[in-house]
Ligand binder design. Structure first.
Ligand code: BG6
Length: 470
């Protein structure tokens, strides 16, 4: 990935929300990775309003590293030695004065806002007033806005405080090895491009299945729902990696320019092509509103209005409490124009399968002849690559990129807007909600949605039968 023209690395990391869940689950492990793999040795300042001391923050960090099995004692020691802590209210200017002091000599800090979205603008403005925003980069967690209008409002506030090239909107799917590998595999080979279009592709399916429920995130999830939680961001980004045109030229924005062009060509969703579901039992979760109509499952049919993709049906499906935890993409190719061997073959012939999680693989499905006298075949899949898990944590990669001013794997103002534009017609209660049984593949209406473009290709995991049943 290419660096921005003035990409001097950040000389301090400030992370707001240091005592929170995200810091515990993702940020401390990512920071350890940076210390261990990249020799990170700059001040790391945690900020929170928890009445904590630096010692408490260090204890929390050590606990997080233990929990994640990160046992490199020397690297842990170095990380704990880099930690600083500022405690205070985000609406109190004194908090930011203390932060400015703690920053000392640093002139290019990276401010990472791991705080609720309602605080993004408050913290951004306070950083600007205190002088801590000068020369700084800003990294922000999702969700970026609640709809198109609020995302635009937030973009306007932030753009007054930071230049666009210094704003890094996180979508952790973009930090995932297999998601980057979709882009890499497509454009590091010339064999895919000639068949990557409406002449050869029959359909595309993207499935993100989670076998667990909303757990302890009732309140957050109930205000969010599957469309906002994973479709508007993660899955549209996966779709963009799959379908965008090759980046051209040497400009450091080349990848995002093509991605933006693709996402702007995705037709806003038609409510008639959406199935929303909620798993039975969801309403009993703490934090969920009585009578909630928030979806925990969604399946949509998308169209891309471009010469390359016109009329290729694209299906995205995501849900909680499904039979497995796996994310997978299937690009299905058209069958040959005539049946040379007179056998009844399935309606597609050949596919590419990108497994994003839990394991990482790319498989190519083809039909080959079965040994014997008759010209009869069977479907086989060859594995192009297979890994048990990605080596570098998504957050480690994203932090490292943001520190070096590399924005390719982050949202951009126009990209975020294009993503909201796609889902806007189906947000909230614009379409019916169906109840589904936990452990099923969602409401039965999903079958009618896919119709003759089906069947749905249910991802399987090692201990399961091919149809996804346990
Ligand atoms: C998050 C969503 O962004 O992504 C969660 O808020 C979801 O609801 C998670 O479970 C999935 O991420 P991953 O990396 O586990 O696939």
């Amino acid at each position: 990935m290419k660096h921005a023209p003035s990409a001097a690395p950040s000389d301090a990391i400030v992370f707001f929300g240091a005592t929170g869940d995200l810091a515990y689950k993702q940020i401390f492990p990512a920071l350890l990775g940076l210390v261990r793999d990249e020799g990170l040795a700059i001040p790391i300042i945690g900020v929170a309003n928890a009445g904590w001391t630096l010692e408490q923050l260090k204890a929390r960090a050590a606990d997080s590293l233990r929990l994640h099995g990160l046992t490199d004692a020397a690297a842990s020691e170095r990380l704990l030695g880099l930690l600083r802590y500022v405690d205070g209210d985000y609406t109190d200017p004194a908090t930011f004065t203390r932060l400015r002091q703690e920053l000392g000599e640093a002139i290019r800090p990276l401010h990472y806002l791991a705080v609720p979205p309602s605080l993004f603008a408050t913290v951004g403005e306070a950083l600007a007033k205190s002088g801590a925003a000068r020369g700084a980069r800003l990294m922000i967690e999702k969700p970026f806005g609640h709809n198109r209008q609020s995302a635009n409002r937030l973009n306007r506030v932030l753009s007054r405080l930071f230049p666009e090239e210094n704003i890094f909107r996180i979508d952790h799917y973009l930090g995932k090895e297999p998601v980057q590998n979709i882009l890499y595999t497509r454009f590091a080979n010339s064999m895919f491009e000639p068949i990557w279009n409406r002449d050869h592709v029959r359909s595309i399916q993207i499935t993100m299945a989670e076998a667990f429920g909303v757990q302890d995130r009732g309140k957050f999830y109930d205000e969010t729902g599957a469309v906002r939680d994973v479709v508007q961001n993660h899955l549209l980004q996966v779709l963009a990696h799959l379908t965008m045109d090759p980046p051209t030229g040497e400009e450091h924005e080349a990848v995002r320019d093509q991605k933006a062009a693709l996402l702007k060509a995705v037709r806003p969703l038609d409510p008639a092509h959406v199935v929303r579901g909620q798993y039975a039992g969801y309403q009993a979760i703490s934090g969920v509103r009585p009578g909630s109509t928030t979806e925990t499952f969604v399946a949509v049919k998308l169209q891309i209005d471009s010469w390359r993709w016109a009329d290729v049906p694209i299906y995205i499906r995501a849900g909680k409490q499904l039979p497995v935890t796996a994310t997978e993409v299937i690009v299905d190719f058209k069958r040959p124009p005539r049946e040379t061997f007179g056998e009844l073959v399935p309606s597609s012939s050949g596919h590419l399968r990108f497994r994003i999680s839990p394991d990482v693989s790319i498989g190519m499905g083809v039909r080959v002849k079965q040994p014997g006298e008759r010209m009869v075949g069977s479907d086989v899949e060859m594995l192009l690559t297979e890994q048990q898990a990605a080596h570098v944590l998504p957050y480690q990669r994203l932090l490292s990129d943001a520190m070096h001013g590399v924005g390719d794997m982050f949202g951009r103002e126009d990209i975020v807007d294009a993503q909201w534009r796609v889902v806007e017609p189906i947000l909230d209660d614009q379409t019916p909600l169906y109840i589904y049984e936990p452990g099923s593949w969602g409401p039965s209406e999903t079958e009618q949605l896919i119709g003759v473009d089906g069947p749905w290709r249910n991802p399987t995991v090692a201990s399961e039968a091919p149809d996804g049943t346990a």
